[in-house]
Write a protein that binds this ligand. Sequence first.
Ligand SMILES: *Cc1c(COP(=O)(O)O)cnc(C)c1O
Length: 376
Amino acid sequence: MIPYSTQDISEADIQAVVKTLKSGWITQGPAIERFEVVLAKAAGTKYAVALNSGTAALHAAYFAAGVKKGDEVIVPALTFAATGNAALYLGARPVFADVDPETGNMRISDARKAITKKTKVLVPVDYAGRPVDLRAFKTLARKHTLVLIADAAQSLGARFRGRPAASGADMSIFSFHPVKSITTGEGGAVVTDNPEYARLVRLFRSHGITKDAGHLKNKKEGGWYMEQQALGYNYRMPDINAALGESQLRRLKSFITKRAAAARHYDTLLKNIPSLMLPAQDSVTNRSAWHLYPVRVDAKKRRAVFDYLRSRGIGVQVHHIPVHTHPHYQKLGYKKGSCPNAERFYATAISIPLFPRITLRQQQYIARELKKSLKI
Ligand SMILES: *Cc1c(COP(=O)(O)O)cnc(C)c1O
């Protein structure tokens, strides 16, 4: 099966992990610090804090933003469930905004409609790696005194107006799951220019416990002394994984260039098919990380196209089931039909394989089979 996305592990990646295993320090240690420095640079921010998943990063970022019981967190309906779940973890209510019918990204107008007196945080998602205009979201967030957190789990390496896309928010989160831009096995990070947010995320990833002399509430009782100041979690990334991440980051640019080139091949191979809608192409100002290549087909045919491609060894997938339509969210009272664009997007979407090492031959095969499937 050709996967819809997969990691690209080099000999240098393997050596970096082996070196850490032999270093005598395998949980959070020096490799984390090195990884955080290079990640902040790649993200265009002052600070990066590594955690053990993108979901943990969302949870920590919402915590740092002060999200509490009764608050509302605006997220797009077309995202992975974790964007909403992390609000539930803190007793807050995710409010699902609809999305642009073409890009699948939340628009300013969608966000504006979802704002109430209880809104605390606004969370745009860069669907499929395509960055939103964070400057416009920042203006809206400032007007309503909201914290702007970009869920950039799919878009590390994307650029907006020549800058790393995720650098425009109060905090941005990344995921290093194997299907994302770079991998650490499992992993995630929060990046920010704000030292207080960075401190709170660090506190949260390690039980809420700190030894930082500058921030103790009580007097230090001795060399052993540490304080638990909040209820945190064990969200630490091991050094083994950070070493892999540091090594992977060296190839981030090349990964994105290869993904973008493969996307352009699909644009050519699949052009002028009336029953097929392709994702928007890159522009000078907006350069996607090309996490996914979601094509859109007639909703009535989607199931047959999907099944046919899977039967031909093509690991297509659908991104994403609108979060508010999952049984857990239905149980919480969310209504189907409340985000019609996201629901229609989901009903027509199929992600076809896209990853750095995909070959032109594989893409030609996929394009041929996709064309056949549309005639079923
Ligand atoms: C992958 C993903 C996450 C979760 O990341 P994990 O590392 O798998 O926990 C969150 N949000 C979005 C949009 C994602 O694509």
